[in-house]
Design a protein around this ligand. Structure first.
Ligand SMILES: Nc1nc2c(c(=O)[nH]1)N[C@H]1C(S)=C(S)[C@@H](COP(=O)(O)OP(=O)(O)OC[C@H]3O[C@@H](n4cnc5c(=O)[nH]c(N)nc54)[C@H](O)[C@@H]3O)O[C@H]1N2
Ligand SMILES: Nc1nc2c(c(=O)[nH]1)N[C@H]1C(S)=C(S)[C@@H](COP(=O)(O)OP(=O)(O)OC[C@H]3O[C@@H](n4cnc5c(=O)[nH]c(N)nc54)[C@H](O)[C@@H]3O)O[C@H]1N2
Ligand SMILES: [Mo]
Length: 770
């Protein structure tokens, strides 16, 4: 009997062979080089590995499919603008193994679902299109033509175009993303959920409302020139390693760094630049001047405490706030000040979990510096009050006049390498009407003005059988989304699930009645088309658009580009209903860019500007104090302290990344910077919280979350005593996504609150273990 969708969606509950060490204080350095080389040698052909490391993030090379951190505009170091996790990302994509018909004949879907995510990922690159027929146990090869026909038949059989969901992960290039959303809109729906919904959506909401642009305002150069950089809710040594080079440069120029994080993450403490041989020998740079060990979701409280003290000081001594800036460029200051007066400093400090001593150090750094940048990532965006988190940090910057000038501003550090670009070119379930009007003017069809499903809405719609076809452009939906078991049923309710992918993942195994895997080229591979090898483009975290061109031969002759997938699917689905000559685009991507230029602001002379070696900056009003908000000014906002309270025995859990994973892709089983080896099913706990519960180191426990009366469980985790504030704990994503309630999400943005999941931890009795 075949296992249920829920069983297939869960990560296997067995243990590996856990070893622990004291977490190191230093990051990167020699161990990082060793780890990177180890991965490259193990999974890639040596010649490919060399080609890749010379071209990664180089001008005229290809953009690393790892994170979205920008490359320097000027000189780029030899060895590539490279980092350990960039090399791991490449080793993952440019694997020397491929899987196709034979592999899938040998392994049933059920069997593969029993493999760990690590084993699934290491099976190899997908090398041909595959089809899972209704009731079948194994995927079988299918031709591209038949695959496109299948998609078209299913889509055209729907009662309404709104019964299909078109997901996007953030690796898709501008060209593929633009065509994809164009197809979806011509097909007739706005159902374009994307990984951003689970990632920086709260940043986009908060920044658009307060500063008039959903992106950050700073450039790399600003980071070098800042007097103070605050890194909040972010673990750069693992997730954006090249950011540490920028922080090091900032420090060299006299800047200070403050980190606000429940965990003393290794890279925040000390960093050894892998490109600096002297530093490799002498042991690195101390990065953080003040480390603030905040309680999970204590950020609004902490910033409020700072704001209260800054205004007190202003009243006594003056000269603290930037009056000129506030008067000329902001709106809502008086309301903000009177609202702040309703809060008490001690209450806020207590809610933040920070000691008065550390608060004072942080306060003085902010008081004494006026060029401040705040960087943040998932530690701020994945809470119910995520939008408040970001609006409150904007309040702090506005008060100090720290926006729209050199060395100051907002820096939401994006995740996927082109997640920002995808949104810019139209992957947006609630795209502004002005954008839709431009599509209508250019192509002559009227895009649906109705907002489509975000990720959470899409899951519900599939669960309720309102949506019946799921199409994923990249990503690993079932493992990335909250509430894994509910989502599994949602996908299983579909008539067809389709994934455009480079690698096998769990989403291919938790299917609708029928399923397709459409294998595509990765960033590192040459994209041969009729007019020659194609160049594509991406936008990084700081709004720079640059070209990317693969250097390796494709891993199989039967895989095609994402652009070609969209063109083939659009042609087969829309037939003579279309107003667009779909097949022309895949022959020449210049045509796609030509269209983007006409529809999206900021892309004038796209094709020629893309030839500039460092790419080009998109317009950014906030960078120049041109705030395109409803009031025409930068808006102060009023934010509340979070309301949730722990009951006796409960802990608040954040689901985070280990050092050896890229989201749901598991590179390996270690988390070197936290001293964890060979295991992912662990829970980091404060030692006092362990003692209260009578837990020993490596005790095996089950985790339970209860939300609105529904209990969710995750089994078999080993307890690790760790330097984490009391009442807080941490586990790895995606193993604990089963515990994240679908209905616990950020107001306005709908980002799942996967950094504040309230749980209980229960010891497993020895009898149950055996
Ligand atoms: N190698 C690698 N690189 C990646 C990724 C990857 O998985 N692997 N993923 C990419 C993607 S898509 C993204 S979005 C980014 C993610 O980059 P990060 O946001 O750095 O990733 P997380 O592991 O989720 O780490 C969240 C951090 O926030 C802290 N934190 C949690 N809750 C709170 C809180 O309430 N307040 C504060 N102040 N801090 C908190 C955690 O301790 C942790 O250090 O990285 C991108 N780059
Ligand atoms: N609990 C919890 N859940 C989370 C998070 C968390 O912190 N905690 N983080 C959230 C965040 S920030 C994000 S961004 C999402 C990530 O969600 P997703 O973007 O959906 O997940 P990924 O793991 O990045 O997707 C990996 C898959 O993408 C495919 N892939 C890789 N490269 C390419 C390519 O070039 N083209 C195509 N077509 N496919 C490719 C491969 O098949 C691979 O298996 O997860 C979210 N989920
Ligand atoms: Mo992300």
């Amino acid at each position: 009997m075949s296992s249920s969708p829920k069983d297939k969606a869960k990560t296997p509950e067995g243990f590996s062979n856990l070893k622990t060490k004291t977490p190191p204080k230093n990051s990167v350095g020699m161990p990082a080089i060793k780890a990177a080389v180890g991965h490259a040698v193990k999974y890639m052909n040596p010649a490919d590995a060399l080609k890749i490391s010379l071209k990664l993030n180089q001008k005229g090379g290809f953009d690393c499919p790892g994170c979205a951190w920008p490359d320097p505009d000027d000189a780029r170091s030899f060895l590539g603008e490279y980092c350990e996790n960039g090399i791991k990302a490449m080793a993952e994509e440019a694997q020397n193994k491929t899987i196709g018909a034979e592999f899938f004949a040998n392994h049933s879907v059920d069997e593969l679902a029993g493999w760990s995510d690590f084993e699934i990922g290491k099976s190899g690159r997908l090398s041909e299109p595959l089809f899972l027929a209704s009731g079948a146990t194994h995927y079988q090869p299918i031709s591209w033509d038949d695959a496109f026909k299948k998609v078209g038949t299913h889509l055209n059989a729907l009662d309404s175009p709104n019964d299909a969901v078109f997901y996007t992960s953030g690796r898709t290039t501008n060209e593929a993303a633009f065509l994809y959303q164009l197809f979806v809109r011509e097909f007739g729906t706005s159902n374009l959920p994307d990984c951003s919904n689970m990632c920086h959506e709260a940043s986009g909401s908060a920044l658009s409302e307060t500063l008039g642009i959903g992106k950050g305002s700073v450039t790399l150069d600003d980071l070098y020139k800042a007097e103070l950089v605050i890194v909040m809710g972010q673990n750069p040594a693992t997730n954006h390693p090249r950011m540490l080079t920028a922080l090091e440069k900032c420090k060299k120029n006299g800047g200070k760094i403050m980190a606000i994080n429940p965990l003393p993450e290794a890279g925040l403490v000390k960093f050894t630049n892998p490109q600096n041989p002297y530093k490799l020998l002498t042991g690195g740079t101390k990065i953080t001047d003040v480390f603030v060990p905040i309680t999970i979701n204590g950020d609004v409280a902490f910033i409020k405490a700072l704001l209260i003290k800054l205004l007190e000081k202003e009243t006594i001594d003056g000269g603290v706030v930037d009056e000129g800036f506030i008067k000329e460029f902001t709106h809502g200051y008086e309301a903000f000040v009177s609202d702040l007066k309703t809060y008490n400093f001690e209450d806020c400090l207590q809610a933040s979990g920070v000691s008065k001593e550390i608060f004072d150090e942080a306060f003085h750094l902010i008081l004494n510096n006026n060029k401040i940048i705040i960087c943040w990532a998932m530690g701020l965006t994945q809470h119910q009050n995520a939008v408040d988190n970001i609006r409150e940090l904007v309040n702090l910057l506005l008060l100090k006049g720290s926006i729209g000038k050199e060395g100051a501003g907002t820096c939401p550090v994006r995740g996927h390498s082109n997640v920002q670009g995808d949104r810019t070119v139209g992957i947006w379930e609630s795209a502004p009407q002005a954008f839709l009007d431009k599509i209508e003017a250019k192509y002559g069809f009227k895009p649906s003005p109705k907002h489509g499903y975000s990720v959470i809405d899409a899951i519900k719609a599939m669960y309720e059988k309102k949506a019946k076809v799921f199409f994923g452009m990249g990503g690993n939906f079932i493992s990335a989304v909250p509430d894994t078991l509910y989502a599994a049923q949602a996908l299983a309710n579909c008539n067809l699930t389709v994934h455009v992918s480079t690698k096998l993942n769990r989403s291919h195994l938790v299917t609708g009645k029928e399923a397709l895997i459409l294998p595509c080229l990765g960033r590192s591979e040459k994209d041969y088309q009729k007019t020659g090898i194609q160049v594509q483009s991406v936008e990084n975290s700081m709004g720079i658009v640059s070209s990317t061109k693969g250097v390796l031969e494709p891993c199989s002759k039967k895989i095609i580009s994402e652009v070609a997938v969209v063109c083939g699917m659009a042609h087969a689905t829309l037939k003579n209903r279309t107003k667009i000559n779909w097949l022309q685009y895949k022959d020449d991507y210049n045509l796609v860019r030509h269209d983007i230029q006409e529809v999206v602001d900021g892309f004038d002379d796209y094709n020629s500007k893309l030839k500039q070696p460092s790419g080009f900056y998109l317009p950014n009003g906030a960078r120049y104090r041109n705030f395109k908000t409803k009031t025409g000014k930068a808006n102060f906002s009023l934010n509340r302290l979070p309301k949730w309270k722990l009951k006796d025995g409960e802990l608040v859990m954040m689901t985070i990344r280990s050092h050896d994973q890229f989201n749901t892709t598991i590179y390996g089983l270690n988390d070197r910077y936290r001293g964890i080896y060979n295991e992912r099913r662990i829970i980091f706990m404060n030692r006092d919280d362990m003692a209260t519960r009578g837990f020993k180191e490596q005790q095996v426990v089950n985790l339970k979350s209860e939300f609105n009366g529904v209990v969710r469980e995750a089994h078999n985790f080993k307890v690790i005593g760790y330097e984490i504030p009391k009442n807080c704990c941490a586990t790895y994503f995606p193993e604990t996504n089963v515990l994240v309630p679908l209905d616990s999400f950020a107001h306005t943005a709908k980002t799942p609150a996967s950094k504040s999941v309230i749980i209980r931890v229960e010891a497993i009795t020895p009898e149950r273990l055996s």
